[in-house]
Structures are given as structure tokens and as C-alpha cells.
Ligand binder design. Sequence first.
Ligand code: FAD
Length: 462
Amino acid sequence: MEMGPAGGTHTFDVLVVGAGIIGLTIARHFLLRSRLSVAVVDAAVPCSGSTGAGMGLLWMAHKTPGTAVWDLALRSQKLWQSLADNLQNKGSLVIGSTEAELEQLKRQVERLTAAGLRAEYLSAEDLALQEPGLRVGRESGALFLSDDCQLDARHTVAFLEQGNRLFALQGRYAEFYHDPAVSLIRSNENGAVEGIKTKKNTLCGRKAVIIATGCWTGTLMQDLLCESDIRLNIPVQPRKGCLIVLENFNSLRLNHGLMEAGYINHQNYVISEHEEVDREEALSISMTAITDAFGNLVLGSSRQFAGFNTGLDMQIVNRIWERARKFFPALKEISLESLNEKMNVRIGLRPYMPDGKPVIGPVPGMPNLFLAAGHEGEGLSMALGTAELVVDMIMGNPLQVDPKHFAIEGPVPGMLNLFLAAAHEGEGLSIALGTAELVVDMILGNPLKVDPKHFAVAGRCC
Ligand SMILES: Cc1cc2nc3c(=O)[nH]c(=O)nc-3n(C[C@H](O)[C@H](O)[C@H](O)COP(=O)(O)OP(=O)(O)OC[C@H]3O[C@@H](n4cnc5c(N)ncnc54)[C@H](O)[C@@H]3O)c2cc1C
């Protein structure tokens, strides 16, 4: 369904670029919590990005209390409860089989309990009672978090779109799909962002423009800023992931969501921003498994740095299948080939950030341009908290989560020919000549007599 008027210039209060789970929930939050009008723009359609491949785990079990990501995910989980019809409250099981993993899980139970969650450590016998289809050794154990839940990403996206579209009747909502954003519209007077040009339309955003384009955010921002003097590097990278979906699978029904403990280390694999990635080393396969709301068995998952390629790689599919068979005897008798008709493979590009945190907030130097991207394997889980944070920042509401951990950093603002020399308090006369010399030397590229870094603007004014 195409809702945006075709071609021409259109004005809204807020423009959201990207119709994945992050963009759609931001639009929803504006529609429900403000009177502003919102347009959502996407290069394709919702679910064509990472969101369409998401397994749907909204879990706290594998997150670390006290971190920024924890706060955002916990807030999101609370907000997801208001959409309970979309959720399956199945609980999560993180399974360990080595001594080191069991120690790690026991410590995590303690941390989660101290953070106020109902976490339990299960012995191999207790685990077998909870999940009879699973077969692990007698030395195994699991972390069990009964309040963790899951959703079906595609179903939830359809629900969100339906809800957003109700506001179209009041002239407060429009969608521009198959219409990529290509450039920013900026004021001639002060450089403020006033909207975007898409391939087919000119869209004005009176209050804010929000870029929520997942793993494409880094390249898109470079394109959008290429004619400006702002230098911004968002080091988000595509991290390919693959899931096997076995439709209406009766041979194995799971009571909970399952994950092997190794997943946690795989997810947190860190590459430095400038590092050449060793693709084989950075490839990981770890078992995750759920029975979804439609009776499908969903098996995951892989993590791979393979650029923006979303092609099907049967070697990876086979490795996911082999990994799952180690945990579930019911799969041992079945060959993947025999399931051909009933098998789908979902592939998506997680938006990976080297520091493990999404970027959420205004672009320094461009106060009405916001980013909300880089949620890697946690975008579904953190979506509603992200949406609330973005909307509260733009509306000037009190914030539920501290935004500083997600703030956009870098050598911005890069307005290379605009300088500040101000705020000398009661010392202006005494340090005037040194200030004057410093400013002139910086502009003329002369050797500096005083180290300027203590007086730099970046990071102090935003
Ligand atoms: C296999 C797999 C399993 C996962 N499992 C889970 C899970 O269990 N739980 C969880 O929380 N998360 C999970 N994730 C991660 C989750 O799917 C992502 O974090 C989340 O979907 C990111 O959402 P997004 O809206 O930022 O990006 P996307 O969904 O990728 O959306 C970005 C959108 O931007 C659009 N776009 C790109 N360029 C432009 C442009 N120039 N103009 C306009 N639009 C543009 C794209 O078309 C796309 O629709 C999983 C991911 C994968 C791949």
C-alpha cells in the first residue's frame, strides 16, 4: 500500500527515514504522544532490512545489569508490556555445557537477581523437565528467566503499520516507500536541516528529521553530508545473520526460547573501527531456537561480516542445522533436504556498532537532525525505549533513560570556517591577547604557543 502522495513537495512536522522496527516505533510514539504530523520514508518497505529477519527475542537474560544497553532494554521491555497481544511470554533458557559457561551463568543469575529480576539456575535434570525436547549432557545447566518474552517481528511490524495508518485519516501520517532519501535540505540562512529530498519527492520537516536506517546509516550520512562542511563518521557495519524457519513443525515444539551460552561471546565480538576483519574468525554460529506463535520452529543463528551482501549461503544454513541437531534429538533423523518445501531461510544485516551501543540523539551542530541506529542483535528488544527517548528529546520531555551513553561523538561539528572565542568569565582582559593569538594562529595554520585542546568546542556544547 502506497500512502504518500506521488511526487511534489510535502510538509510534515517530523520525517522518519527508515521503516524498520526503529523507524516505525518512533513514528508510532510521535503519533500517540504528540499532536505532530509524521512521514515515514523507506528505500524499500518495512521488513526489507534487518527487522524482517529478526528472531523476536525480547530478552534480558544475556544482558549485563548496570550498562547503558541494560537500562534501554529494561525500559523497552516495560513498554512492550503495553503491547501484550503481540508477545509470547515463554521465558528464556540460556544453556551452558562447559564448566566455564556454568560459572558464567551462575554469576549472571546472581547479577540478574540483584537487579530485581526472577532469575534461576537450573541443573541438567531441572532443565530436562522444563524442555523435554532438548538433550544436553549431565554436566550441563541453564539460566532461566521466566519473564523474558518473544514476538514475531513481521506480525508486529504489520500491527505497527496498521496503527500508524489510522492517523492518516487526520492528515497526521504518510508513508513514502520505495523512495530512498538522497539529500538534505538546509536553510540558506543558518544551515539548519529543513527536510530531505528523496528520489521522487521533496519532504519538509518543520521540527525534526530522524535517520533510522539501520546498517545503512553510516553510508547514508556520508551521502547526506557530502556537500556540507560537517564531518561525521558513524562506524555502523552490516553484520549478516541467517535463520532457518521450519513451517508448522510438529516434530519439535519448544516451551521456551533457547540459546546456547556461547552466543553471548559471539554477539559481543569486538572489532576496532579501522581493523581489517578476519572474516573466518569473525564468523560465528550459535544455537538459538524458538517455536513461534504460528507453530514454526525457528533456528538460528549466524553472525558474519560480509559487507552488504544478503545472498543465501547454504554452507551457513547447513552449519546452523548441524548445530541445532546437537541439542535436539528429534532433528537427528531429519535431513534438511527433506524439509525443502517447508523451510524458509531469513537473512538480515544487523546494524553492528564497534562499541556495542546504538547511536541515539542529535547530530552535533545540526540540532534538528537525529540518529537512531546501530542496535545490532537487539533492535527489537530496544525499539520502544529508543522511540520514547528520541521523542522525549525532541519534545523536551523528561527522559526515562540517560542519553549520554548513546550520544553521537566525533570530530563534529565540523563547520571548518566558524570559530568560537568566548566565555572568559572574569579573566577576559587578562587572557585576551593570548586568545587572539591562538585564534589567528589556528586560522592561519601557524605553530601554536598554547595547547588548544583544553578549549576545544567539540563535546562541550552539545
Ligand atoms: C538473524 C537475525 C536475528 C535477530 N534476532 C533478534 C532478536 O531476537 N531480538 C532482537 O531484539 N533483535 C534481533 N535482531 C536484530 C534486529 O533485527 C535489528 O537490530 C533491528 O531490526 C534493527 O532495526 P532498524 O530499524 O534499525 O533497521 P532495519 O530493520 O534494517 O531498517 C532499516 C530500514 O532503512 C531503510 N533504508 C536504508 N537506506 C535508506 C535510504 N537511503 N532512504 C530510506 N530508507 C532507507 C531500509 O530499506 C530498511 O527498511 C536479529 C537480526 C538478525 C539479522
